[in-house]
Write a protein that binds this ligand. Structure first.
Ligand code: TTP
Ligand code: MG
Length: 344
């Protein structure tokens, strides 16, 4: 049977929840993130509503920059515990729509519809119903994309934002992709994109001109994936929640620091939180990844892969701290961020 995959992604999630809770902010630009401290704040924007995006504000930009772009915006702290609760309510609804449901983040999930809908018309009805139920119960809008695989479903939802529903049928896939920017393919980040742009490749249609061999030569094994993705081919399965692949946490320091005591204290917190998430998700890890970003915004990671998957907290602590120590010894610059990620 031909695969049909649905991708759902809540619109401006954290900011939309804030908007719902504070109707007085409606119609105003809303930014959720670190404290802007009148332009002197550190940390970044988590997200913002679409009105704020008109000023050029985006997820991930420094909060100080967001302040400069729109000082009159409503700036709100990240009330993550509350968003998690809202997310749980939403995902409870989403899960009802297919036994094969992969929750990717607080606001995003894939549903495999292959056995539930024989046609794209039926899939569309399922999607409309899902959007409607979320809106009725949670008063929040979401965007849905549907396609023959995860890659296409996700790009479709991104293209249909906000509050949209876009179906891309198998015979429409190549035409749909051709005019899109290469960075729409997951895995093509700024670095990869730069390399491609240097040889005149900006659109997915242009990417198709490169042979598989050429892409492999440029990017190694993942180059083969780019070749397939440019043609709308993606073999990634929808993996239900219990089989999820990685969890982690990170912290941005209030001020860049070299103080090992501060760094290890923050790291201890991340370790505990990550372990909690691990238990909550019934997850085991095989690879431990420690991430650090220095004051010059360079990000590096070190990892350790175990022989067997484990759930041992002491082992995790020991190995993760070793990696962090290695970072601190080899690097003399102040740290901006540390993080930990566990992979199966
Ligand atoms: P996204 O789905 O990427 O963004 P969004 O829901 O805010 O907006 P869109 O309508 O474009 O989907 O991320 C979901 C939430 O994750 C977002 O509301 C806040 C959080 N987030 C961060 O905290 N930092 C980030 O850099 C990103 C991208 C998201
Ligand atoms: Mg979203």
């Amino acid at each position: 049977m031909k695969k049909i995959v649905l991708h759902i992604d809540m619109d401006y999630f954290f900011a939309q929840v804030e908007e719902r809770e504070n109707p007085q902010f409606r119609g105003k630009p809303i930014v959720v993130g670190a404290d802007p401290k009148k332009g002197k704040g550190r940390g970044v924007v988590s997200t913002c509503n679409y009105l704020a995006r008109k000023y050029g504000i985006r997820s991930g930009i420094p909060i100080s920059k967001a302040w400069r772009l729109c000082p009159e915006a409503i700036f709100l702290p990240v009330n993550i515990e509350f968003y998690k609760k809202v997310s749980e309510n939403i995902m409870e609804i989403v899960k009802k729509y297919s036994p094969k449901c992969e929750i990717v983040s607080l606001d995003e999930a894939y549903l495999e519809l292959t056995d539930l809908s024989k046609t794209y018309k039926e899939a569309k009805e399922i999607a409309s119903q899902l959007k409607k139920e979320i809106f009725e119960k949670e008063k929040l809008t979401a965007t849905v994309g549907i396609g023959p695989n995860k890659l296409i479903a996700k790009i479709a939802s991104q293209r249909a934002k906000p509050n949209g529903l876009l179906i891309v049928k198998p015979n429409e896939v190549e035409k749909f992709l051709e005019p899109l920017d290469i960075e729409m393919i997951s895995g093509i980040g700024p670095k990869t994109a730069k390399k491609l742009r240097e040889i005149g490749i900006n659109k997915i249609g242009e990417l198709k001109k490169l042979s598989k061999e050429k892409l492999k030569e440029m990017f190694g094994k993942v180059g083969e994936y780019f070749w397939e993705a440019a043609r709308g081919i993606d073999r990634e399965e929808v993996i239900p929640e219990r089989e999820r692949k990685s969890i982690g946490r990170q912290i941005t320091f209030e001020e860049d620091t070299k103080n090992p005591e501060l760094i290890f204290e923050a790291f201890e917190e991340i370790l505990n939180e990550t372990y909690e998430a691990l238990v909550e998700n019934n997850f085991s890890f095989k690879t431990i990844v420690v991430v650090r970003r220095t004051s010059d915004f360079r990000t590096k990671q070190l990892s350790k892969t175990l022989k067997e998957p484990s759930r041992n907290f002491l082992l995790l602590k020991k190995e993760a701290k070793k990696l962090l120590l290695k970072f601190l010894l080899e690097n003399k610059k102040p740290l901006r961020l540390v993080g930990l990620r566990l992979k199966f």
